[in-house]
Design a protein around this ligand. Structure first.
Ligand SMILES: NC(=O)c1ccc[n+]([C@@H]2O[C@H](COP(=O)([O-])OP(=O)(O)OC[C@H]3O[C@@H](n4cnc5c(N)ncnc54)[C@H](O)[C@@H]3O)[C@@H](O)[C@H]2O)c1
Length: 347
């Protein structure tokens, strides 16, 4: 599996994945539309590699996908392209349905046509990894964990669009025999994440002495995983996962939003002490509609079947992440400025 199409490779997880794959010896074709969430600068250190190619295309554009499959002749697809921000999906859901549902359908169809043309040996080893989220499972109460058999119960337009695409992907395996695997992962953090998501938003706002908005009572629980652990999990699933199966990926790392923000403030007090104490910037704001209370992943299947384990603890991973944003203002400052211009407010 050396020739891999990655969709959404200019986004947060996709960029970390492309870098990991190319460094590991694979050839990658990154298909990305370059929405607001994309940043080709995240791929600077592999952009010149002979093993890396980029095609600017919309995954809804079936003809562009057909050309990409014919030219690149992949052994596998890792599908990450999506509209991914829950708050944006509440304000305007159309792009989420278009890219996450209609786009996934177009990609599945292009992959199916390609798979049918492969010689038998390559057809058997071909894989289509559909990358999804634990948000498809809805909200947990105080107890329990999401397993691969937890029924889907999405709350937001984003989660509903991802749930729809998960169903499509698995149906293409059952109906057409396309070797699809689905992964459902918990909340990622780490380098190259757009500064509208919780952790980078808190870091860059704290640096600018801007308010740190926390939804509701701050007691919503998320299960956090460092993006590099997720990327290693995706590669493990692609190489060893069973076609037709789902794998939950999570690092057994539950934190309330308040705990996350307090930890970031403490790290900022130590690493960028100018504005200390940064906790004075915390503001509780009106809760997000349909805000899920708690997510928590049971990763037993990927651990026991594929031997995957996270390498990063939340404390070590978060400190590295704060340091990365402090050291890479040139990466995030233009994104933040562009988002401000577009929305007339801080992202
Ligand atoms: N970020 C998380 O915590 C998390 C957790 C679990 C699963 N996921 C899933 O992982 C995937 C990647 O998430 P992310 O956080 O890196 O997202 P992101 O928003 O940072 O990046 C998405 C990328 O997809 C591209 N894209 C969007 N629409 C496209 C289209 N129509 N055609 C081609 N490219 C398009 C964008 O330009 C961007 O580069 C998504 O499918 C998401 O649902 C994310």
């Amino acid at each position: 599996m050396q020739r891999i199409i990655v969709t959404g490779g200019c986004g947060f997880i996709g960029a970390n994945l492309c870098r990991h794959l190319v460094r590991g010896g694979a050839s990658v074709l990154n298909i990305d539309k370059l929405t607001y969430a994309a940043n080709p600068a995240s791929l600077g250190d592999i952009a010149g590699s002979a093993a890396y190619r980029f095609a600017q295309a919309d995954i809804c554009d079936r003809a562009a996908l057909e050309r990409a499959f014919a030219d690149f002749d992949p052994d596998a697809v890792m599908h990450l392209a999506a509209e991914s921000h829950v708050d944006r999906s509440i304000d305007a859901s159309g792009d989420f349905i278009q890219t996450n549902v209609v786009g996934t359908h177009a990609l599945l169809e292009a992959a199916r046509a390609h798979h049918a043309r492969l010689a038998p040996a390559r057809r058997d080893s071909f894989r289509f990894l559909h990358v999804s989220t634990d948000e498809v499972y809805g909200s947990l109460g105080a107890d329990g964990l999401f397993t691969e058999t937890t029924p889907f119960d999405p709350s937001s337009p984003y989660a509903a669009s991802k749930a729809a695409s998960d169903h499509l992907a698995l149906a293409w395996q059952r109906t057409y025999g396309l070797p699809v695997i689905v992964s459902n992962c918990s909340n990622n953090y780490g380098p190259f994440q757009f500064p509208e998501k919780l952790i980078p938003l808190m870091i860059v706002n704290a640096l600018d002495a801007q308010p740190l908005p926390v939804y509701g009572d701050g007691q919503n629980v998320r299960d956090w995983i460092h993006v590099e652990d997720h990327v290693r999990g995706l590669v493990a699933v692609l190489r060893g996962g069973r076609a037709g199966a789902t794998y939950n990926i999570g690092a057994r790392c539950e934190r309330t939003n308040r705990q996350v923000v307090d930890t970031i403030c403490a790290l900022m007090d130590r690493l960028s002490p100018d504005g200390a104490p940064h906790a004075r910037l915390v503001r509780f704001v009106a809760d997000r509609p349909g805000h899920d209370r708690r997510y928590a992943i049971d990763p037993t299947r990927i651990e026991s079947e594929l031997g995957w384990r996270p390498a990063e603890s939340f404390e070590s991973g978060l400190e590295k992440t704060v340091r990365w944003y402090l050291d890479n203002e040139a990466w995030w400052a233009p994104l933040r400025a562009a988002a401000r211009t577009r929305q007339g407010k801080t992202p």
